[in-house]
Ligand binder design. Structure first.
Ligand code: ADP
Ligand code: MG
Ligand code: MG
Length: 255
């Protein structure tokens, strides 16, 4: 059982205009076995939250805390965060020349577990996970992210999720750019991880579509860098019908 606690988090980002505040006091608790959806209009700070948890250097925490089982996540390196059980898909967004998917996954697994997985079971696990995600076995020999389509990147994320078996996963816009078939396959992967390892999920999404396949226990609406409303799955249904208009400022009438 793991618990990620975010308390009154304030974050700025470095822009040409200087340090700009983006998160203005976010408080959120995610436990293993729970699925939390963070929804909200574009530009509300959802990805900033994900990048901050991931330790992206561009984002500065000016106050507040993030802890995992009481340990200070903000004091950890990116690798330490992964070893502690956090899965941050955006941790490896770049092409890694000359590193194949299979070697990348084995290196990541070794780093997280502190020992290399036995070759025979590992190969079997990778094959099985790829089959689950309906991935072409040739994919394992491709270089990481080199020429990956949007759908391949997402499947590669979920492949990592299945193999690395983290306690808590932060998935940012995993649904973007996926057609319905790919969305179903990716969602099934997340659901398998939820069932087999009691994974906790922080699912960040602008659209309600993925929530038809991955049912959230809690829904949080982020607006202007704050959680504006929280509820259960019914809140996602309401957002699907009504959109985010009710959270946005009403224009002043012209005088
Ligand atoms: P969301 O994911 O909800 O669409 P983001 O967290 O991406 O929102 O962005 C929130 C705000 O912060 C936006 O106004 C965006 O322009 C700004 N922002 C985020 N990251 C950066 C960055 N690296 N550089 C400059 N501005 C940023
Ligand atoms: Mg955005
Ligand atoms: Mg975003």
């Amino acid at each position: 059982m793991s618990v990620l606690e975010i308390r009154d988090l304030h974050v700025t980002v470095e822009t040409d205009a200087g340090e700009t505040p983006i998160l203005n006091g976010v408080t959120l608790t995610v436990r293993t076995g729970e699925t939390h959806a963070i929804m909200g209009p574009n530009g509300s700070g959802k990805s900033t939250l994900a990048y901050t948890i991931a330790g992206h250097p561009k984002y500065t925490v000016t106050s507040g805390t993030i802890t995992l089982d009481g340990e200070d996540v903000l004091a950890m390196t990116v690798d330490e965060r992964a070893r502690a059980g956090l899965f941050l898909a955006m941790q490896y967004p770049v092409e890694i020349p000359g590193v194949t998917v299979t070697n990348f996954l084995r290196t990541a697994k070794t780093a997280i577990d502190g020992e290399a997985p036995a070759i025979r079971t590992w190969t079997k696990d990778v094959k099985g996970a790829m089959k689950n995600l309906r991935m072409d076995p040739k994919f394992a020999q491709r270089n990481v992210n080199e020429g990956f389509s949007g759908g391949e990147k997402k499947r590669h994320e979920i492949l990592q999720l299945e193999l690395l078996k983290p306690a808590l996963a932060i998935l940012d816009e995993t649904d973007s750019g996926l057609d319905v078939d790919a969305l179903k396959i990716v969602s099934e992967g997340v659901n398998r991880a939820k069932e087999s390892t009691d994974l906790g999920v922080l699912l960040i999404t602008h659209y309600t579509r993925i929530l038809r396949y991955i049912t959230p226990d809690y829904v949080h609406v982020m607006v202007n860098g704050r959680i504006a409303e929280e509820g259960g799955p019914e809140l996602a249904d309401r957002l699907e019908d009504e959109g985010y208009d009710r959270y946005l400022p009403v224009a002043e009438p012209a005088v």
